[in-house]
Structures are given as C-alpha cells and as structure tokens.
Design a protein around this ligand. Structure first.
Ligand code: FES
Length: 152
C-alpha cells in the first residue's frame, strides 16, 4: 500500500505516493533519482546519507519518507546556485577535503549545517559536530580546514 506524500525537494514541490516502509534515503535515490546522497551503512553510523530537513541535518537512512509530510528537503544537488558552487563546495575543492569522494556529499551537507547551526567556532567544535561523518580515506584535517575557512 502506498501513501500520498507532499514534500519539497531542492525547491521543487513533489506530490508522490510512497510505501510507508521506504526511507527518506531510498526515496531520494530511487524514486527521485537524486543519487548524490549516498548510502554507506544504512544504519545511522556513517553520515554518507546526510541531507537537510527544514535546514537541519538529518541522516536520511534513519527516517521514513512519509514522516516528512510538508517538509523542505535539501540534498547535495540543491546546494549550488545554478552554475555557481556553494562556498562550502568551493572550500572542499580548495582544501582537498576528499579523496575517493564517496562520503563528500554527506560531509558537505553536515559542514554547511555545522556553520548554520552555530557549531563552527573552533576546530575542536567542528571536529565534534562532524564526528558522525566517516571518511575512510582520512581526509579529516582538510575537511576541518575547509569548514574553518568558510566560517571565517
Ligand atoms: Fe545513513 Fe550511513 S547511510 S548514516
């Protein structure tokens, strides 16, 4: 059985039907083909699936799509302004904040939230806020540098 869902994704209103068991992550990737949001662990452990819900970061693998009736979702695809990258995307490039890039969309969504939610006042604070986003290549110092750069 499917349930009706009205949800705004990257500024576009979507009126869709979804199965109640579908996670927000699978809904974005499979139903809307927004595959920038990555599935790492599917259990809330890695942060690869991080998106913003009404401006706050959320692990999209941990919540069901139908819980977001009327909410505004932003994914990595919605961050740039047309051809102009978001300052955090620019900073990740400038500071080499990635190697393989798999965790990068989630890292960037968390990094933007880190500043917006007021947790980027020191490198320690940044590290603490970003601790749920795992990078197996170990790009952590560069990621912290990128966030600190955007903050300043
Ligand atoms: Fe959601 Fe890992 S895929 S936290």
């Amino acid at each position: 059985e499917q349930l009706p869902l009205s949800i705004e994704v990257n500024g576009k209103m979507q009126q869709v039907n979804v199965e109640p068991r579908v996670t927000l992550l699978d809904f974005l990737r499979e139903q809307l083909q927004l595959t920038g949001t990555k599935k790492g662990c599917d259990h809330g452990q890695c942060g690869a699936c991080t998106v913003h819900v009404d401006g706050k970061r959320v692990n999209s693998c941990l919540s069901l799509a139908v819980m977001h009736q009327g909410k505004k979702i932003t994914t990595i695809e919605g961050l740039a302004n047309g051809d102009e990258l978001h300052p955090m995307q620019e900073a990740f490039i400038k500071h080499d904040g990635f190697q393989c890039g798999y965790c990068t969309p989630g890292q960037i969504m968390s990094a933007v939230a880190c500043i917006n939610e007021g947790h980027a006042n020191s490198k320690d604070e940044i590290r603490e806020f970003m601790s749920g986003n795992i990078c197996r290549c170990g790009a952590y110092p560069n990621i912290v540098d990128a966030i600190a750069d955007v903050k300043n």
